[in-house]
Design a binder for this molecule. Structure first.
Ligand code: GDP
Ligand code: IMO
Ligand code: MG
Length: 425
């Protein structure tokens, strides 16, 4: 298999965890390149469900090497908990999981700042963050005040924490939040450093040696295109670049070594948190999709907002990421709908537009222009090949691909590994 970037094409939760798990069978190394424990990637294997937040979703396949790349913001306490959770279900990370010395750390004070910032934002300005400290950790990175995993390996680490806590307490005081106890944090993080030391390495040579030896590398995106800090619905976005361009920056693998891009996309749309969402349905359809699709946040448990497939978003994602192949998910969720709509363009202030406006305010004014297709009203969750699909389901999927550009690689009809139709992947 070639070197592949896998990205989310909508607002996250497209089913990336499941598709990575399926594709890992053919890969040797799986690399997370951005985001942090705001991600929640669900993998259901051999009847067991696991939600991965930091560890690449390839970890469930024995013998595969997993890397947390430099573009990730990693909370050491969350990672230790995740390694323990995996160990308790029979999966050992030691010797298979490597964290870059250049990976930024999310500290408890970033989480405190995230929550205090969010609480201080007035209604209408709230982002609806996951409260995991992601924004403040990336802000520290670009402000050049962040701590990196490699810092856990040096004797100055406790003093570096003390310095950061002193600075953060000034900011927290401005936000009327409680100050932090530096010595308590020093104890917490020196203990965490002991636990994580064996995993922290320079991942640049690790990745390059794998590539040079002809191994297949799978780069696992978190979040999605519409949450990208540059291309998403700014400011209602996350603080990283989930799009395919971010994969090279966040891993150190050269763009010259990428062979293809897979875009994971749901056959409808969901969003969690605040921000514009043109096809959001507040009625019966939205409720049906939420119920049948179990649309509750894997990390926060928040209900996800639901609506019809948005081909304007899909085309935009295709262009930005260079999607070669789509992995379309959750077709089975639509089995009971007599009629299905697809948003093909927007109406903005009386004009028809076919691109995503940069302004979130404009996007919020966009009204979807729909085309309607008949539903298939048959169960698809036990279908095992394209040919077995109802004709109307084939027509729907083919139309989505036609409107979006690219080709169909995988069609997913259920959460488990087995419920996967491999078309060109
Ligand atoms: P991710 O963040 O992109 O990895 O997606 P999440 O794991 O947060 O959310 C996707 C949800 O849909 C999970 O609960 C998956 O188990 C589930 N899922 C994935 N693919 C399918 C599918 O084809 N059909 C159904 N019904 N569920 C799916
Ligand atoms: P996966 O990888 C869906 C959303 C949050 C919020 C915004 C900013 O599982 O697809 P943040 O905590 O990142 O500062 O929050 O981004 N968000 C996600 N939505 N799936 C995710 O990850 C998300 N990660 C962040 O809800 O709107
Ligand atoms: Mg998720």
């Amino acid at each position: 298999m070639a070197n592949t970037i896998l990205i989310g094409s909508q607002w996250g939760d497209e089913g990336k965890g499941k598709i990575i798990d399926v594709m890992t069978a053919q890969a040797d190394m799986i690399v997370r390149y951005q985001g942090g424990s705001n991600a929640g990637h669900t993998v259901i294997a051999e009847g067991e469900k696991r939600v991965l937040r930091l560890v690449p979703s390839g970890i469930l396949h024995e013998g595969k090497i997993c890397v947390i790349g430099n573009g990730v913001v990693m909370n050491p306490l969350d990672l230790i908990e995740e390694i323990r959770m995996l160990r308790s279900t029979g999966i050992e990370c030691r010797g298979r999981l490597f964290i870059s010395t250049r990976t930024q750390m999310v500290m408890l004070y970033h989480r405190a700042l995230d929550r205090a910032d969010e609480a201080a934002r007035p209604v209408g300005k709230k982002i609806g963050t996951t409260g995991r400290g992601i924004g403040p950790a990336y802000a520290a990175k670009v402000s050049r005040t962040g701590l990196r995993c490699g810092d856990m390996l040096v004797p100055e680490f406790p003093d570096m924490i003390r310095e950061q806590v002193a600075e953060t307490n000034v900011k927290l005081a401005h936000l009327n939040a409680e100050p932090l106890d530096a010595e308590e944090l020093v104890r917490t993080y020196t203990e965490a450093a002991e636990a994580l030391k064996p995993y922290i390495v320079d991942t640049v040579p690790l990745i390059h040696e794998a590539d040079r030896a002809g191994k297949s590398i799978l780069l696992e995106g978190a979040q999605g295109t519409m949450l990208d800090i540059d291309f998403g619905t700014y400011p209602f976005v996350t603080s990283s670049n989930p799009t395919s361009g971010g994969a090279c920056i966040g891993s150190g693998l050269s763009p010259r070594r990428i062979d293809r891009v897979v875009g994971v996309i749901k056959t409808y749309t969901t969003r969690v948190g605040e921000g514009p969402f043109p096809t959001e349905d507040f009625g019966e359809i939205g409720r049906t999709l939420a119920e049948r699709g179990h649309e509750f946040g894997a990390v926060t448990g928040r209900p996800r907002r639901c609506g019809w497939f948005d081909a304007v978003v899909a085309r935009y994602a295709q262009q930005i990421n260079g999607v070669d192949l789509w992995a379309m998910t959750k077709l089975d969720v639509m089995d009971t709908l007599p009629e299905i709509k697809i948003c093909v363009a927007y109406e903005l202030d009386g004009r028809r537009i076919e691109t995503v406006p940069a302004s979130a305010k404009e996007l919020a004014r966009c009204k979807p222009i729909y085309e309607t297709m008949p539903g298939w009203l048959e169960e698809t969750s036990n279908v095992t090949s394209w040919d077995q699909l109802p004709e109307k389901a084939k027509a729907y999927v083919s139309r989505l691909v036609e409107l979006s550009g690219g080709k169909l690689g995988i069609l997913s009809v259920g959460p488990a590994r087995e419920s996967t139709l491999r078309i060109a992947l």
